[in-house]
Design a protein around this ligand. Structure first.
Ligand code: EZ4
Ligand code: CO
Length: 403
């Protein structure tokens, strides 16, 4: 079964998404998410200029061989643009294989290991009280796990505290990024109090998470992890930038707070030491930014050997196609941990009609053959691309910092 057509579709139903659509000779279609937040057109061009032409005529069933053709064959390896483009092709081929087999993708991956996929939502507020109200909103909706973020007194804006209760969206329109101010001292003073308040109000059962978003040095992260130990976080996310894998040894030496890292990592080589030395507890890599289902499954198998569990990234900039792919994988892997779930806007859900459903704190990918997501191209056309960028962060003296 040969690939007859390969097209990228860029649309902005509330935020930008890049989607690859493959069509086989017999008219079977497959979708792959190719969205790289704030750098969307680089992946769209990588696909349409370099990858799509070489897919025409290839065997749509040869998923592993196509993966190697695009990774080993390109000579230039790894990196977010390349791995996102490969992910789009890989995801679309799994979608096609599922449709041809008349099976949901999770069945092709070995079948169900659990009843559903436990997800966490994002609660945030400028003040601790607003944050606690937001957590209550998630508890009322049935969530069993909630990420908590709140404003830092003295800072005009804070990562994770956004405009809408359910659709937190850090990217903003414009040609240059918005600039935020960061103070580690103020942050370290404020956050333990906020998390203590959440634990006290919601009791021991609710799983609480917090995202540091790469802002601390290893020894600062160790201090924070230790300060949070009494509050029993499910995980502390990205306490340090993850590219220096050995730096997690310092964090580990000082705290038993579980650590999750990986949303900006792209290949097994970016996390191999983190996993092999058990320097993290959860690996956060996503289908879309990590070479697709084929490669993320390889990462998760390595992680399983070392008792590291999954915690797939699932922010709004990962399209419903990526979320569905993650859910099929989450259902079928032995070492599932938790899935992030930031709801998409109604406009996004209308452009990407999908079979996955939320109930009682779990997401279910559904039983539709393939991934169970379609792309309404007429609706997509009504939302043309709008340039948008993630913010940058500076310290109070103007020094550029990690955002
Ligand atoms: O900032 O996906 O855990 N979630 C996150 C996200 C990221 C965005 C970046 O594109 O850290 O909110
Ligand atoms: Co994060």
């Amino acid at each position: 079964m040969r690939i007859a057509e390969a097209r990228t579709i860029v649309t902005c139903p509330g935020r930008n998404f890049v989607t690859l659509k493959l069509t086989t000779e017999d008219g079977t279609t497959g979708l792959g998410d190719a969205t790289l937040n704030g750098r969307e057109l680089s992946v769209a061009a990588y696909l349409s200029e370099h990858v799509c032409p070489m897919l025409i005529g290839r065997d749509a069933h040869a998923i592993e061989d196509t993966w190697r053709y695009l990774y080993n064959g390109a000579y230039w390896r790894r990196g977010p643009v390349t791995m996102t483009a490969i992910a789009a092709v890989d995801t679309a081929l799994w979608d096609i294989k599922g449709k041809v087999a008349s099976l949901p993708v999770y069945q092709l991956l070995g079948g169900r290991c659990r009843a559903g996929v436990t997800v966490y939502g994002h609660a945030h507020g400028e003040t601790i009280d607003e944050m606690l109200d937001a957590v209550q909103g998630y508890v009322d909706r049935g969530y069993r796990a909630v990420r908590v973020q709140c404003g830092i007194p003295g800072l005009p804006s804070t990562y994770g505290v956004g405009r809408d209760a359910l659709f937190y969206e850090p990217a903003e329109g414009g040609r240059a990024p918005r600039e935020e101010t960061w103070s580690t001292r103020r942050y370290l003073r404020a956050i333990p109090e906020a998390i203590a308040a959440a634990r006290e109000r919601f009791g021991p059962e609710l799983e609480l998470l917090h995202d540091v978003h790469h802002r601390l040095t290893p020894i600062e992260a160790a201090q924070l992890g230790r300060a949070l130990e009494p509050h029993q976080l499910f995980w502390l996310e990205d306490p340090v930038p993850g590219e220096l894998q050995a730096s997690l040894r310092t964090v580990r030496r000082h705290t038993t707070t579980p650590i999750a890292i990986g949303e900006v990592l792209n290949s097994i080589w970016d996390c191999e030491q983190l996993i092999r030395e058990q320097l993290i507890d959860f690996i956060r890599m996503s289908v879309v930014h990590s070479g697709g289902i084929t490669h993320l499954r390889r990462v998760l198998h390595l992680a399983e050997l070392h008792r590291v569990r999954s915690g797939c990234h699932g922010a709004t900039d990962l399209s419903p196609v990526c979320l569905a792919a993650a859910l099929h994988l989450d259902l079928a892997i032995p070492n599932f941990g938790l899935q992030e779930y930031m709801r998409h806007t109604p406009e996004t859900d209308a452009v990407f009609p999908h079979a996955y459903r939320f109930a009682d704190g779990l997401l279910h990918p559904g039983e539709v053959p393939g991934l169970g997501v379609e792309l309404d191209e007429a609706a997509a056309e009504r939302h043309p691309y709008l340039p948008a960028l993630l913010p940058v962060a500076r310290l109070t003296d103007g020094t550029m910092h990690d955002w």
